[in-house]
Design a protein around this ligand. Structure first.
Ligand SMILES: Nc1ncnc2c1ncn2[C@@H]1O[C@H](COP(=O)(O)OP(=O)(O)OP(=O)(O)O)[C@@H](O)[C@H]1O
Length: 299
C-alpha cells in the first residue's frame, strides 16, 4: 500500500489516542513503560466487576502499547467477554478505571467510542444481513460521522462530504481485505468466514486506533483462520492499529500476538510473550492442561 493510501485511510497520530492528539489532553500518569514516557493505547486499572455473587473480573490490571497485538485468553467463564464489554462501555465496573490514551473513565461512554478512536467486532456477527457488503462497510464509517442528523437528512455540505468520504474509504478497505469480488453481494448470502471478514472491514473503515476483536476466528475453517490472522497482522503493520484480541484458538493466538494475558476466574494468572506464556506452569494448569487441550482440539 502506498503512503498516500495509508494517509488517506488512517489519520494515524491525529486522533484521541495518537501522539499528536495526546498533546491536546491534560498530562496524566498513564504510562506504559517503566521509563514513564510512553502512553499506553489502553490501560485497565484495578477493574472489579461482579454479577450477583459471581466475580467476573477481580482487580484486573492490563495495558496495551500502541501498535501492539495483545491477546487475552482463558477458559470459558474466565472474564474475557466481560473485559471487552468494560472497555467498550457496555458494562460499568464496580471499581477501577479504563484509560484510553490519556483519558480515563469510570465507565467508557459507548456512544463516543468511534470518536475516541475505538472500534470493535462482536462474538456473534452484528452485520445487516439484508444489505450489501459495501453498504455494511460504509455504515462503519457513518458511525464515526460528525455531521448532525439534520445535515444528514438534507444531505448537504458536511453530510455530503462525509458520505463521499465514507464511500471512498469503504472502497479502499474492500480492496485491502480482498472483498472486491463480493462487494455488491448481500452479506447474508456469504459464507460465515467471509462475513467475519466483512465485520473486520466495517471496524477498520472507521480508522480506529484501538480495535477490539472478540473471537474473530470463531467458527472458521483452518484456512479462513489463517487468512483472518494475516489480515489482522496486516492491519496492524499497515496502519499501526493497536489490537486487543480475544480468541479461543491457542495456535492462532500464540502465532499472532506480541503479548498474551491469561485470565482465570477474572484474575490475570500470566502475562508475557507467547513463548513465556506457553511455558508458564500456572497457565498449563489452568488452561493448557490436558482437559483444555482436548476440548479446544474438538472446536
Ligand atoms: N450479563 C451477565 N450476567 C450474569 N453473569 C455474567 C454476565 N456476563 C458474564 N457473567 C459471568 O461472569 C463470568 C465471566 O463471564 P465471561 O462471559 O466474561 O467469560 P468468558 O471468558 O468470555 O467466557 P467464554 O469463553 O465462555 O465466552 C462468568 O461466570 C459468567 O457467567
Amino acid at each position: 500500500m502506498s503512503l498516500a493510501m495509508h494517509d488517506f485511510l488512517f489519520e494515524g497520530g491525529r486522533g484521541p489516542l495518537g501522539v499528536d492528539g495526546a498533546a491536546a489532553f491534560v498530562p496524566t500518569e498513564n504510562t506504559a513503560s517503566s521509563t514513564g514516557t510512553a502512553v499506553a493505547a489502553l490501560r485497565l486499572e484495578g477493574i472489579e466487576l461482579s454479577f450477583g455473587g459471581v466475580s467476573a473480573l477481580a482487580g484486573l490490571d492490563l495495558s496495551i502499547a500502541k501498535g501492539e497485538i495483545r491477546a487475552v485468553i482463558g477458559p470459558n467463564g474466565a472474564g474475557k467477554s466481560s473485559l471487552v464489554n468494560v472497555i467498550s462501555g457496555l458494562y460499568r465496573p464496580d471499581s477501577g478505571r479504563v484509560w484510553l490514551g490519556a483519558r480515563s473513565f469510570a465507565q467508557v461512554p459507548t456512544a463516543r467510542l468511534a470518536s475516541l478512536g475505538v472500534a470493535r467486532t462482536f462474538q456473534n456477527l452484528a452485520l445487516f444481513k439484508g444489505l450489501s457488503v459495501r453498504d455494511n462497510i460504509v455504515l462503519g464509517r457513518v458511525d464515526a460521522a460528525r455531521s448532525t442528523f439534520i445535515e444528514q437528512l438534507v444531505g448537504l455540505g458536511r453530510a455530503r462530504r462525509e458520505r463521499e468520504d465514507a464511500r471512498a474509504r469503504a472502497d479502499a478497505i474492500i480492496g485491502f481485505l480482498g472483498l472486491g469480488a463480493v462487494s455488491e453481494r448481500l452479506v447474508g448470502e456469504l459464507a460465515y468466514g467471509l462475513q467475519k471478514r466483512v465485520e473486520l472491514a466495517r471496524a477498520l473503515v472507521a480508522a480506529p486506533q484501538l480495535l477490539l476483536l472478540d473471537e474473530p476466528m470463531a467458527g472458521m475453517t483452518v484456512t479462513e483462520k489463517r487468512e483472518m490472522a494475516n489480515f489482522v497482522r496486516a492491519a496492524r503493520d499497515e496502519f499501526g492499529t493497536t489490537i486487543l484480541l480475544i480468541e479461543h484458538d491457542i495456535g492462532v493466538v500464540l502465532g499472532l500476538s506480541d503479548r498474551v494475558a491469561v485470565l482465570d476466574y477474572g484474575r490475570k494468572i500470566a502475562d508475557g510473550t507467547p513463548a513465556e506464556v506457553r511455558g508458564d506452569p500456572a497457565v498449563i494448569d489452568a488452561y493448557l492442561g490436558a482437559a483444555h487441550v482436548a476440548q479446544s482440539g474438538s472446536d
